[in-house]
Design a protein around this ligand. Structure first.
Ligand SMILES: Cc1ncc(COP(=O)(O)O)c(C=O)c1O
Length: 454
C-alpha cells in the first residue's frame, strides 16, 4: 500500500468534526424538531433505526418526490437511500398515488378481496413464476409466514440461513456463526425467545460443503436465503452456487425460500428470474406497494398442495398466518399500480444502466486515488466496500466494516445534497433517478476521497 492510500485517523477525526459542525449550522429546523421529538419519542425518533443516521440528529423531511426530497431547512437531496428500498419505485409515483387516492374513497380495508388483488397476484406470478400468492403488510411477515408454513408441511423444526443475513425482525434469522463456527445470537439481538441454535442452522454464502453438512442433519424445514447478501453489504454468489443449493435442498427434503425484497434490484423478476432460480417459495415486500405497506409470498403448485392437505382453513385465523390488515384494498391497489405502471420492465431498462454508471463512477475515483476499496453491483443497487477484493462471504464483509469512515462519507455526502443508506455504503436507483444524480454522487464521493487521501 502506498502512503497515499493509508487512512490517517486523526485527519478523519478532524474532517468529521468539521462536517458535524457544518451539519449543525445548516439544519437548525431539523435540530429544533429533533429536540421537540425527544418529548414523546424515545431518543427523538419514531422508530429506533432512525438514530443510525450519520450526523448528530436525523434530517426531518418536508416533502419527497421522485428521486429527491427536501428537508425542513429547505435543502434538496438526491435520494440514493430511497427508504432503504421502500421507495425504490421513487417517492410518490403518480400511477400509485392515483390508484391509492381512488381507493381511499372506496374503502381502505374490509377484510374482503378486491379485484386489484387478482391483478397483483397475476403480475407476481408472471414475474417470478410461482403458482400461488398471498399478501402481507411487510416483508418480515412474508418471511415469518413462509417459515411457519414450511415447518408445518415438512414436520421439521429448523431453518437454515446465511451468516450475516437480514430478513426482517424474524426471530429465527438472528443467528450468526462465532469464530469457532458455533451458532450464536447475532450481536445486539434483543430478547431471543429461545437459544438460536435450537431454531436455526447457519452457513456462509458460497460454502457448499457446510450447506451439505447442515442439511444432512435432516431437521431443516427450509433454507431462507437472499440470492446475494445485501444487508451486510453486497456479497455475490459464486457461479454455480444457486444450482448447487437447489440440488442439495431437494436432495435433503428442505424447502428453498428466496427472499427478493432487496434483490428485485436485479430486474423486474428479481434475481430469481434474471438467473433462472427455481425456489419452492419466494418472499418480497418494501417496494412492491410504491411505499404503501405491502408484502407478499408465493409458492409452487407442489407446496400449495401440501399446504392445502395439511391445514384446516376453518381455523386459520388462529393458525399464526395472516393479519387483519394484510391484503387490504389500499395495499392491493398500490401493488397493482406500482408493478404494472411504475416498476415496469421499461423502468428497469433505465435503472440498470444507472446502477452501472454509479459503480463505474465510484470505481474511477477509487482507482484514481489508488485506495484499497472495491465496488460491487447487483443491477440497480451498488455499493463500495473498504477492502481491495470482493468479499466471498458475510464474515469477510463484516470484518472490513469501518463505522467511523462510513459515517464520515455519509455525512460528507449529506452535507452536499446526497443521501446514502445509513447501514452501509449502498446506493439504489429508482425509475426517476437521472444520470446527473448519479454523477453528482461521483463528484461528491471524489471530493471526500480527495479530502481523506489527497
Ligand atoms: C432481504 C430483506 N428481507 C426482509 C426485510 C424486512 O423488511 P421489512 O422491515 O419491511 O419487513 C428486509 C429489510 O431490510 C430485507 O432486507
Amino acid at each position: 500500500m502506498t502512503p497515499a492510500t493509508t487512512l490517517d485517523r486523526e485527519r478523519l477525526a478532524r474532517l468529521m468534526a468539521a462536517e458535524n459542525a457544518a451539519f449543525e449550522r445548516a439544519n437548525p429546523r431539523s435540530r429544533a424538531l429533533f429536540d421537540r421529538a425527544k418529548g414523546p419519542l424515545l431518543d427523538g425518533v419514531p422508530m429506533n433505526w432512525m438514530i443510525r443516521w450519520a450526523g448528530p440528529f436525523p434530517l426531518f423531511v418536508d416533502q419527497a418526490s421522485g428521486a429527491r426530497f427536501t428537508d425542513v431547512d429547505g435543502h434538496e437531496y438526491v435520494d440514493l437511500c430511497l427508504g432503504d428500498t421502500g421507495a425504490m419505485a421513487g417517492h410518490g409515483p403518480s400511477p400509485t398515488i392515483a390508484a391509492v387516492e381512488r381507493q381511499l374513497r372506496r374503502g381502505i380495508t374490509h377484510m374482503l378481496p378486491t379485484e386489484d388483488a387478482i391483478v397483483a397476484g397475476d403480475e407476481l406470478r408472471r414475474r417470478f413464476g410461482l403458482r400461488w400468492w398471498q399478501f402481507t403488510l411487510t416483508a418480515t411477515d412474508a418471511n415469518r409466514f413462509a417459515i411457519r408454513l414450511a415447518r408445518h408441511i415438512t414436520g421439521r423444526s429448523k431453518i437454515l440461513v446465511h451468516n450475516q443475513n437480514y430478513h426482517g425482525s424474524v426471530d429465527e434469522t438472528f443467528a450468526t456463526l462465532d469464530a469457532g463456527g458455533t451458532v450464536v445470537p447475532r450481536y445486539g439481538n434483543l430478547g431471543p425467545p429461545v437459544p438460536l441454535a435450537e431454531t436455526t442452522r447457519v452457513v456462509e454464502i458460497n460454502d457448499l460443503e457446510a450447506l451439505e453438512r447442515e442439511l444432512a442433519q435432516g431437521d431443516v424445514a427450509a433454507a431462507l436465503m437472499e440470492p446475494a447478501l445485501t444487508n451486510v453489504g453486497i456479497v455475490l454468489p459464486d457461479p454455480g452456487y444457486h444450482a448447487a443449493v437447489r440440488d442439495l435442498t431437494r436432495r435433503h427434503g428442505t424447502l428453498l425460500i428466496i427472499d427478493e425484497t432487496h434483490t428485485i434490484c436485479a430486474g423486474p423478476g428479481g434475481y430469481t428470474h434474471a438467473h433462472g432460480l427455481d425456489p419452492d417459495m419466494l418472499t418480497i415486500g418494501k417496494t412492491i406497494g410504491g411505499g404503501i405497506p405491502a408484502g407478499a409470498y408465493g409458492f409452487t403448485e407442489a407446496v400449495g398442495e401440501r399446504i392445502r392437505a395439511g391445514i384446516e382453513w376453518e381455523v386459520a385465523d388462529v393458525g399464526g398466518i395472516g393479519g387483519t390488515l394484510a391484503g387490504n384494498a389500499l395495499s392491493m391497489a398500490a401493488i397493482r399500480a406500482t408493478l404494472t405502471e411504475v416498476l415496469t420492465d421499461a423502468a428497469f431498462e433505465r435503472m440498470l444502466p444507472l446502477g452501472a454508471r454509479w459503480a463505474a463512477g465510484v470505481d474511477g475515483v477509487i482507482r484514481a486515488h489508488d485506495v484499497p476499496w472495491h465496488v460491487t453491483r447487483l443491477g440497480a443497487r451498488a455499493e463500495y466496500h473498504f477492502m481491495p477484493d470482493l468479499p466471498r462471504n458475510g464474515s469477510e464483509q463484516a470484518a472490513h466494516g469501518d463505522p467511523e469512515l462510513e459515517r464520515f462519507l455519509h455525512l460528507w455526502a449529506m452535507n452536499r445534497g446526497v443521501l446514502m443508506t445509513p447501514f452501509h455504503n449502498m446506493a439504489l436507483m429508482s425509475p426517476d433517478t437521472t444520470a446527473a444524480d448519479v454523477d453528482r454522487h461521483t463528484e461528491v464521493f471524489g471530493e471526500a476521497v480527495e479530502a481523506l487521501f489527497g
